[in-house]
Design a protein around this ligand. Structure first.
Ligand code: KG4
Ligand code: ZN
Length: 356
């Protein structure tokens, strides 16, 4: 039997990714070009720089994924591409490339919602039936939703200000962790997880955000403000200038990581209780899927495991490689759409097609 083949393309943020999958979710070929190093050095993503790097690498990345798969464009059943949400300039490069590709090769085009793709990736790795609860935590997003179908998500809560990965990155930058001998190549979140291992979180009892908000939303800006104030106070006490390493970086890292973990766990707990009360999840063995770059944090996973164990929920965290942005998750979402037969556009879709 000939399985349908999908090319997936991702350019929503700072990763140029492409992958070719068959209908069973087997990865036939993939390629990923990360801009993380560049953005780490400049202290954040500059959209025009990200756009330029996508432009420089997209053709090669797609070609590599195709070459490694041994699949010719003729054999593809469809091309799936992230069209939202993300940086408009970055998304534009993937969209333009894809529309030219499908037009040239006469292939159907499947526009993909980046967060839905993150949520569905787990189904490529193991059978997980709808509905399930999903927590997405990355540098750009923070949300809780019930996945009821391939393109049917019930949003329960999202961040009111910034995403947890963004908070960790900003705190790491404020602590000048790139100057730390063990952290010079790590993302902010990784650096904080690493330093927290040797830290005492009880030295800085930061308040967990939104204690009085009876919903499932998130907020991290207030926490970041607490952490920044503490850093400033410590710099004065230690008589050092901003940009130098504090002697208590480990303790601050541990306390920040704990507050982020506690907040994520509390809001997720609320969401589980809400779903149970409303019958939104199966009564028997409901599942929580956690994905996004921040999900690779072991301390945060443990905090979530305490909540899921207490509520009888099955906790699934895909391996880190599948939690971060890549072409694979986009191709998989394309496979899911093909199977369902929804959201598939013709090859000659208007090139002025604007993601909504
Ligand atoms: O999903 P991702 O690769 O990109 C998007 O933001 O879409 O996530 C990157 C984010 C960064 O903010 C990074 O600091 C955070 O995930 N991160 C972590 C860890 N590894 C990456 N945060 C906490 N602990 C980690 N181990
Ligand atoms: Zn992402």
């Amino acid at each position: 039997a000939c399985s349908r083949l999908v090319l997936g393309i991702e350019t929503s943020c700072d990763d140029t990714g492409a992958a070719v999958l068959d209908e069973t979710g087997a990865i036939l070929g993939e390629s990923l070009h990360s801009q993380k190093e560049v953005h780490l050095r400049s202290g954040g993503i500059i959209p025009t720089v990200a756009q330029q790097l996508h432009k420089e690498h997209i053709a090669r990345v797609v070609q590599e994924a195709m070459d490694r798969s041994g699949v010719s464009p003729r054999q593809l059943s469809a091309v799936a591409t992230t069209v939202k949400p993300g940086l408009a300039l970055s998304l534009g490069i993937g969209l333009k490339f894809s529309l030219e590709f499908v037009r040239h090769h006469n292939k159907p085009f499947i526009p993909i919602h980046h967060m839905e793709a993150h949520a569905l990736t787990v189904r490529m790795l193991q059978p997980v039936a709808f509905p399930f609860l999903v927590l997405l935590i990355s540098g750009g997003h923070s949300l809780l939703a019930v996945a009821r179908g391939v393109s049917d998500f019930l949003l329960l809560g999202q961040t009111l200000d910034e995403a947890p990965g963004d908070t960790l990155d900003k705190v790491a930058r404020r602590l000048s962790l790139l100057k730390h001998p063990h952290c010079s190549t790590l993302s902010g979140g990784q650096a904080i997880e690493h330093l927290a291992k040797e830290g005492d979180r009880s030295k800085f009892p930061f308040r967990t955000p939104m204690g009085q908000n009876y919903d499932c939303d998130f907020s991290f800006a207030g926490l970041r403000n607490q952490v920044t104030m503490t850093i400033m106070k410590k710099e004065t006490e230690e008589g050092i200038e901003q940009g130098s390493l504090l002697s208590c970086v480990n303790d601050i890292a541990a306390a920040t990581q704990h507050a982020v973990a506690a907040h994520l766990a509390k809001r997720t707990h609320r969401a589980i209780l809400f779903c149970k009360a409303k019958g939104l999840l199966p009564a028997c063995s409901p599942t929580l899927v956690v994905s996004g770059g921040v999900a690779s944090n072991q301390y945060i996973r443990k905090a979530l495991a305490i909540i899921t164990e207490a509520t009888g929920v099955n906790l699934l965290c895909p391996p880190a490689k599948f939690c971060t942005d890549n072409g694979v998750m986009i191709a998989w979402n394309g496979v899911e759409r093909l199977r369902e037969g929804t959201g598939i556009l013709p090859h000659n879709v208007d090139v002025s097609y604007e993601p909504k």
